[in-house]
Design a protein around this ligand. Structure first.
Ligand SMILES: C[S@@+](CC[C@H](N)C(=O)[O-])C[C@H]1O[C@@H](n2cnc3c(N)ncnc32)[C@H](O)[C@@H]1O
Length: 471
């Protein structure tokens, strides 16, 4: 027990189980204190965000009463909850003459479950003094929503061809639980499919059933050939080796720095892969590749250093090191990808947009070394027929220099990559132009560039490579 300054104690409403402070009770307590009555110490815990501060777990009325009397300190017991939800602890302490009302108990159960959907009804029930059945009723709708979200995640991951052991690990489920989920998957799609066949649009079905749009496309386009898929997505198919698209299609992928147009991925899939093949995206970012793979009936395994387990469980976390030593589970698997789609962050230009360990931050020499190691690893750990689609742009430090002053050492052009690719066993069959939009520069900037004889860059390429013929 120690004395803590009242001003270091904070009432955090997110862990307070009552609707409001009962001022009448505070008044009575304050009078008792003035009469010399001492109360039990209040319970606090160290504040998780504010150093040197505490938040109240139990004793809000006593704390308020001490403040009302002009006291500066209060006796407190500092609790270490060792993983127990603080709201649940606070609710379990709300005993005695002024118990929680029915509404407060119900709200507490719901808030606790929302904070930690892994808690069982009996855990919650024990803390708030209610039966498991009562808690089941309080949280039935929330549990159903969590269940539905989990069902949809499992459906999406398995539709992308992610093996069961990896799905179970990613979603923190025992393997046997996952297996029982998988048997009911086909039923999940019944009502969405029925709505599609009744003429509802993909975006209407997306909204109604809480699916992601690419998942609904994967249902809507089932059994169709690729040309029909392009047509239904309203994407014109490019016949020549210049793929220019005005903008990203916002139905695919998240708003992400360096997001690639979904149409570009679709063109790679169309020309260089077939239905059902396994695609691998080692730096998947906003998830355009898996989304387009869903719509085009390809399987897809994706990695990225940024982990977003709730919204993008299909993008498994992995950090590629400069020396390229660590190997992700994906490349240890028996099945090897048919097509790698590799869209790395550009050198330097986007460095601020990504986490600080991103390869964008490397020095020019290190950046190129990373690629050499990475291409070698991809060559060694895939199969003879694996193809690589490498997306990159020329990088020149043009913003600050007239064209005539630029030097070769200040730039990384596509031929730098081609040399590394050839050196590591990848032979290019196609260099497709997929220019970046020049609309990202305002008229004022363009006029200034012209005046200074600055030559901008819009060149972006999709280089297709294979490992050549077996010798
Ligand atoms: C150009 S973005 C990919 C964008 C993606 N194609 C899209 O359209 O959303 C490159 C990604 O590489 C990831 N990245 C950068 N360095 C990495 C590393 N060393 N290991 C793993 N991921 C890395 C970044 O987090 C970023 O999401």
């Amino acid at each position: 027990m120690i004395k803590i300054s009242l001003s270091d104690i904070i009432l955090d409403e997110s862990i307070y189980p009552r609707e409001k402070i009962d001022q009448k009770r505070v008044g009575v307590f304050a009078e008792n204190i003035r009469d010399g009555f001492t109360f039990d110490p209040i319970d606090v815990q160290s504040h998780p965000e504010l150093e040197g501060k505490y938040r109240i777990l139990d004793g809000v009325h006593r704390w308020s009463a001490y403040k009302a009397t002009g006291a500066t300190e209060v006796e407190a017991s500092i609790k270490d909850l060792a993983g127990t939800d603080p709201l649940l602890y606070a609710a379990s302490r709300a005993i005695g003459p002024r118990q929680l009302t029915e509404e407060e108990t119900r709200n507490t159960a719901r808030r606790v479950f929302q904070n930690n959907t892994g808690l069982t009804s009996s855990d919650i029930g024990k803390a708030i003094g209610r039966s498991r059945q009562a808690v089941d009723l309080y949280i039935a709708d929330l549990r159903a929503a969590v269940q539905w979200e989990l069902d949809l995640k499992i459906y999406r991951l398995s539709r992308l061809g992610i093996p069961q052991d990896r799905i179970a690990k990613r979603l923190g489920l025992p393997r046997t639980t996952l297996e029982s989920y998988l048997t009911k998957l086909p039923k999940l799609a019944i009502s969405s499919k029925a709505d599609l066949s009744r003429g509802f649009t993909v975006s209407q079905v997306t909204q109604k059933h809480g699916w992601t749009e690419p998942m609904v496309w994967s249902l809507a386009l089932e059994g169709k050939d690729d040309l029909e898929r392009f047509k239904q997505l309203n994407w014109g198919l490019r016949t020549w080796d210049q793929w220019d698209f005005n903008d990203c299609d916002h139905r695919f992928g998240d708003n992400w720095p360096g997001r690639i147009p979904a149409q570009l991925i679709a063109h790679i899939l169309y020309y260089f892969s077939k239905h059902g093949v396994l695609v691998f995206d080692p730096m998947g970012g906003g998830g355009v590749t898996p989304d387009v793979c869903l719509a085009f009936h390809r399987r897809c395994w994706t990695l990225d250093m940024e982990d977003r387990p709730d919204t993008r469980p299909e993008i498994e976390p992995f950090y590629w090191e400069l020396e390229g030593k660590g190997l992700p589970e994906i490349l240890k698997a028996k099945e090897k990808p048919d097509l790698i789609i590799f869209d790395p962050p550009y050198f330097s230009k986007k460095a601020e947009d990504y986490q600080k360990e991103s390869i964008s931050k490397l020095l020019r020499k290190e950046y190129l070394k990373f690629f050499e190691n990475f291409f070698t690893l991809m060559n060694q750990k895939t199969k003879k027929s694996t193809r690589l689609a490498f997306i990159n742009a020329d990088w020149r430090d043009f913003q600050n220099k007239p064209a005539a002053d630029e030097t070769r050492d200040d730039s990384i052009l596509i031929d730098n990559y081609l040399k590394l690719l050839n050196k590591t066993g990848w032979l290019h069959t196609h260099i497709i132009q997929a220019p970046l939009s020049s609309e990202r520069f305002s008229a004022g900037v363009v006029a200034a560039m012209q005046k200074k004889r600055i030559l901008g860059v819009t060149s972006r390429y999709v280089v297709i490579l294979n490992k050549g013929k077996p010798k």
